[in-house]
Design a protein around this ligand. Structure first.
Ligand SMILES: C=C(O[C@@H]1C=C(C(=O)O)C=C[C@H]1O)C(=O)O
Length: 366
């Protein structure tokens, strides 16, 4: 994986005056009236930069509403003319791209169900060769960062430089109150790998329910995302797709008003001094953590030598159980989240098992 992408800054294709990029619109374009009226009300908020709508909908089962297709494209032209705002549409095939561009769609996005398939993404990339259009790529359905990165590489390889990521959360099979688990760590890793790549949060698809939109949008802002894409519909409960997660343009406007937008840094001298002091202290504590881990690991290795010489199994369930319980109790006493300590100890224990296997068998274990 070559961590390098030629990406133009967001404001090379859209001016937001330093504010987060706001993309909003219905999940699907259903009727001309619904699309144009939603776009009109969103434009009136004054804070929406791009209108979105699904025209081709990848649905889990056949028979559900799969989008209006080409029929909806002239409606998009009307929505654009009435609001003066650019328009974004999901594309999944070269034909979608050709049609979207023919009707003047301004921004394309690749959906989560397309990002999972490198053949599909490559076809899209090939169709984009020689085209100058912003392309946003949603994370793949499954939490696979390399697959997401691969999609950026394929599309950047076609010469697209107005590139961005949409973080819509992941389907992991784990129980969660959210429709798609955010796994914020994935976006943090993406940002660390490609600091220049804009990341847009998609609270609608993470939430699955209106009630969770605020907290997810705020989290995206707190993590300094470059923007938000949110589903909004003039009559959400009657929406033909994703009814539970859409909100009216007015409710969306209220949500935006309550969002706290934070800056990446402050030039205040007192703040900077306090930050530096605390960061120095954190550096010193982190050093102790790593040194302690090394000390623990060398004790574990010594123990493994005794086990080897006495033919004793390396995994000791009772001892492991006692360690987990006592460390969790201690963390509760110290006001730490016990699940955090449990997770950390599970990783330490697996490493300890790996190390002991090496000592026992005298061979390195990957
Ligand atoms: C170190 C040991 O071996 C394993 C590793 C443990 C650990 O890392 O603390 C605990 C129990 C064992 O499963 C041990 O037996 O104490």
């Amino acid at each position: 994986m070559k961590p390098d992408l030629a990406v133009e800054p967001l404001d090379s294709w859209i001016k937001t005056d330093g504010k987060p990029l706001i993309i909003a619109g219905p999940c699907s374009a259903e009727t001309e009236e619904q699309l144009v009226e939603t776009a009109r009300q969103l434009a009136q908020l004054g804070s929406v930069h791009v209108i979105r709508a699904g025209v081709w909908k990848p649905r889990t089962r056949p028979g559900s509403f799969e989008g209006m297709g080409e029929t909806a494209l002239p409606w998009i032209q009307r929505a654009k003319a009435e609001t003066g705002l650019p328009f974004a549409v999901e594309v999944a095939t070269p034909q979608h791209i050709e049609l979207a561009l023919k009707y003047g769609v301004d921004v394309l996005w690749v959906g989560a169900r397309t990002t999972v398939n490198p053949f599909n993404v490559q076809e899209i990339a090939d169709a984009l060769k020689g085209v100058d259009v912003p392309v946003l790529v949603k994370n793949p359905v499954n939490p696979d960062l390399a697959l997401w990165v691969g999609a950026f590489e394929r599309i950047a390889g076609a010469g697209i430089t107005k590139l961005g990521a949409i973080h819509r959360g992941f389907s992991t099979g784990e129980a969660s109150k959210y429709r798609n688990i955010p796994m914020w760590q994935m976006a943090i890793e993406l940002r660390t790998m490609f600091p220049q790549l804009p990341i847009i949060g998609d609270p609608s698809h993470m939430a699955g329910k209106r009630a969770y939109l605020n907290e997810l949008a705020q989290m995206a802002m707190d993590l300094k995302y470059d923007g938000l894409i949110v589903e909004s519909h003039i009559d959400p409960d009657k929406a033909w797709s994703d009814a539970a997660q859409q909100l009216t343009p007015a409710a969306f406007g209220e949500m935006l008003d309550h969002l706290q937008i934070r800056q990446l840094a402050s030039s205040d001298v007192t703040f900077k001094g306090a930050m530096e002091q605390l960061r120095n202290n954190i550096d010193s504590v982190d050093r102790q953590i790593v040194e302690m881990l090394a000390a623990r690991m060398s004790l574990v290795e010594k123990l493994a030598e005794y086990k080897r010489d006495n033919n004793v199994s390396l995994f000791q369930p009772d001892r492991w159980k006692e360690i987990l319980e006592s460390r969790k109790q201690l963390s509760t006493k110290l006001n730490l989240y016990p699940e955090l300590v449990e997770e950390i100890y599970k990783i330490i224990h697996m490493e300890s098992i790996r190390k002991q296997t090496e000592v026992m068998n005298n061979t390195p274990v990957a």
